[in-house]
Design a protein. Structure first.
Length: 511
């Protein structure tokens, strides 16, 4: 009798009414984050012209969001498990929309950095909550794979919609308008989410440990800051101190989690080789990609002279490839194997990045478009399957914490990628030799060089811009090469770490 009741309960959970409509609300949150991430890259040249940030400030504008979100994701994922995933998602979405207005009307580089940091606080509530709610909405493994595929495809679609809509806005309005497009999405998400999303939380979660929250935040920011500063400015005692403080805080965080009866993050999750393998794969993938992606819009606009809308369209193949691959990734992983799909996807991205090492100022679009399409397909396969593995590796009560670990790897990889690969681009760029009279501001960023050229004699301006663009492209090609090495190494690591791993509901053969 008990088993019959349990079976009925399971069937009811599998057939939860309205689950696909609820998924539609969740993907709006994903769209919110994806669009924001992409429009920043397009708006960077305009922000440089208006706010006149230094090269270091420009990197901070690009990566402080990732620093903060990486430090808070685990804490916010765990908080959602405790107070309710629906509640934290809706509060976070409201804050995200409001802080987007602050971003839009920033008047100094410092204000923009603060606004991006606050957006990171709000953003940390969104992604773990969406994946955790998917885990609780979809109990059938194959339905969940499709739901995760749609979730990932929406993120990819956001990377396409963001540049196109953002490019249109940049051509007709001021740069702050690209942040205001978050508002209508946020309004729809909150109003519809109140009606459709079911609340879910851990039954007996225990207290939310503020000491662990502080240790996590200090540790992540300290370590990432030290890496960023070392890559940009070389060794300094202050950099070493920040790195040691961060490492000590992370060590204290791990020790504390092992002692607490109800930890913020259950460290035993990492004993699962599949869980650890996909987290590492996500981190290395984003590390290898993010620095390149951050500078790609500048290459298309400031080097090749494309208008913002045209630059957005030029990046479309990556999103198309990711959407298509994401929707079929679960089926491919069951037919082949998890490690084949993930490793193959990572290797494809690595080879595409290797092809971009031949970039120059006049590189034709067929090469660039093909490389972006391959990057999108590889990312769609890899990220969708790794997200599915993470959700299926843990009980649904820990879905928020597990999802937060995945997103932390993603954001940490983004921060490290922009710091390390971005510093490679910036370091190579700064060494260009311009004609006599080249102002110091031109060496800070390519946007600064374009602005400085307006006040120089035509002949000197042309010579300076040619030297600056050549140096920028050389740095971009070098960053692409480093990214290719990282991605190919990640593909090899995933092949070994994901041996025998399979998705739920699949009788997969594993080589």
């Amino acid at each position: 009798m008990t088993s019959t009741l349990q079976a009925a309960k399971t069937t009811e959970a599998v057939q939860r009414p309205g689950r696909w409509l609820a998924l539609g609300v969740l993907v709006l949150a994903v769209l919110l984050v994806a669009v924001d991430a992409t429009v920043l890259g397009l708006a960077t040249p305009y922000i440089s012209e208006d706010l006149k940030p230094s090269g270091t400030q420009l990197l901070w504008i690009g990566d402080v969001y990732s620093f903060v979100i990486a430090g808070l994701l685990v804490s916010m994922g765990s908080l959602g498990d405790r107070i309710g995933r629906k509640r934290i998602l809706l509060v976070g979405a409201t804050a995200f929309g409001a802080i987007s207005v602050f971003n839009a009307y920033a008047t100094t580089p410092e204000m923009m950095i603060v606004a991006r940091a606050l957006l990171g606080v709000a953003g940390a509530t969104l992604m773990p909550a969406t994946l955790a709610l998917i885990r609780n909405l979809f109990h059938d493994p194959r339905e969940r794979s499709l739901a995760v595929g749609i979730w990932g495809a929406t993120a990819s679609a956001g990377t396409a919609v963001g540049p196109i809509v953002g490019g249109f806005l940049l051509e007709h309005f001021w740069w702050g308008s690209v942040f205001l497009i978050n508002l209508p999405v946020m309004v729809v998400l909150v109003l519809v989410g109140i009606k459709l999303l079911p609340e879910s939380r851990t039954a007996n979660p225990g207290p939310w440990d503020l000491t662990s929250v502080v240790l996590s935040l200090v540790g992540m920011i300290g370590v990432v800051y030290a890496i960023k500063e070392a890559a940009t400015h070389g060794f300094a005692w202050s950099t070493l101190a920040a790195g040691l403080l961060g490492a000590a805080a992370l060590y204290g965080f791990v020790r504390r989690q092992l002692r607490l009866p109800t930890p913020l993050l259950d460290m035993r999750l990492f004993r699962n080789r599949g869980f650890s393998g996909v987290v590492l794969a996500d981190l290395l993938t984003i590390l290898g990609l993010s620095g390149l992606v951050f500078f790609l819009s500048q290459y298309l606009q400031l080097v090749q002279g494309r208008r913002p809308f045209e630059a957005g369209l030029a990046e479309l193949p990556a999103a198309i490839g990711a959407v298509v691959a994401g929707l079929i990734a679960g089926r491919a992983a069951r037919r082949l194997s998890v490690r084949t799909v993930v490793s193959g996807g990572l290797a494809a991205i690595g080879l595409a990045l290797a092809a971009l090492t031949v970039l120059d100022q006049s590189t034709g679009y067929p090469l660039l478009g093909t490389a972006l399409l391959v990057v999108g397909v590889g990312a769609g396969f890899s990220f969708t399957v790794t997200a599915d593995v993470i959700l299926s590796s843990v009980p649904k009560e820990q879905a928020g914490s597990a999802s937060a670990v995945s997103e932390t790897a993603y954001e940490l990889g983004a921060a490290l990628g922009i710091a390390a690969l971005g510093s490679i681009v910036t370091g190579v760029y700064r060494d260009f030799t311009g004609p006599a009279g080249t102002p110091a501001a031109a060496h800070e960023s390519l946007g600064g060089a374009v602005e400085a050229a307006a006040g120089m004699p035509a002949h000197s301006a042309a010579a300076m811009l040619d030297a600056a663009r050549t140096s920028f492209v050389d740095g971009l090609a070098l960053a692409a090469g480093v990214g290719a090495v990282v991605l190919l190494a990640a593909a090899v690591a995933a092949w070994f770490l994901l041996r025998g791993q399979k998705l739920e509901g699949g009788g997969t053969k594993h080589p």
